[in-house]
Design a protein around this ligand. Structure first.
Ligand code: UDP
Ligand code: MG
Length: 139
């Protein structure tokens, strides 16, 4: 079932490089409203679980290390067609392939350290939102 919500994280490189405010501004300017938001740091167990689908990939260990290396901003966003529209706003995984005007084109360092996460389906958006937020933190 299509929903109008997606889940995002501003990843440790984005925070470290001072891009938090500018990225949140791009998200709001693109028409998303913030339904939940927190500034936090993932534990190793949380990062491993969040990215469990990639457990067999060669970059998994590095990904977990990177995602636990500093604070992140986690958020649930709402907009019509949220999942697809947010993937379009963030751009391709590798910033070298990301279109002009996308968040990753502007702020990602590399394919690994790529500034922002966006859910890839409505189902995963719901799972990822609940992973990070309690019911009374979602508005
Ligand atoms: N990643 C990586 N190397 C790769 C592919 C992915 O380090 O070759 C990292 C990168 O941080 C990416 C995350 O793993 O955002 C999840 O990969 P996915 O293919 O789901 O990309 P996304 O959905 O984030 O665009
Ligand atoms: Mg993905």
């Amino acid at each position: 079932m299509a929903t109008n919500r997606t889940f995002t994280m501003l990843k440790p490189d984005a925070i470290e490089n001072g891009h938090m405010g500018k990225i949140i501004d791009m998200i709001i300017n693109a028409g998303f409203s913030i339904k939940a938001m927190k500034y936090t740091q993932l534990s190793e167990a949380q990062a491993k679980e969040f990215y469990a689908v990639h457990a067999e990939r060669p970059f998994y260990g590095e990904l977990v290390e990177y995602m636990t290396s500093g604070p992140i901003v986690a958020a649930i966003l709402e907009k019509e067609n949220a999942v697809a529209d947010f993937r379009a706003l963030i751009g391709a995984t590798d910033p070298a392939e990301a279109a002009d005007g996308t968040i990753r084109k502007a702020y990602a360092e590399s394919k690994g350290r790529n500034a922002v996460h966006g859910s890839d389906s409505d189902e995963n958006a719901a799972i990822e939102g609940v992973f990070h937020f309690a019911a009374n933190e979602i508005f």
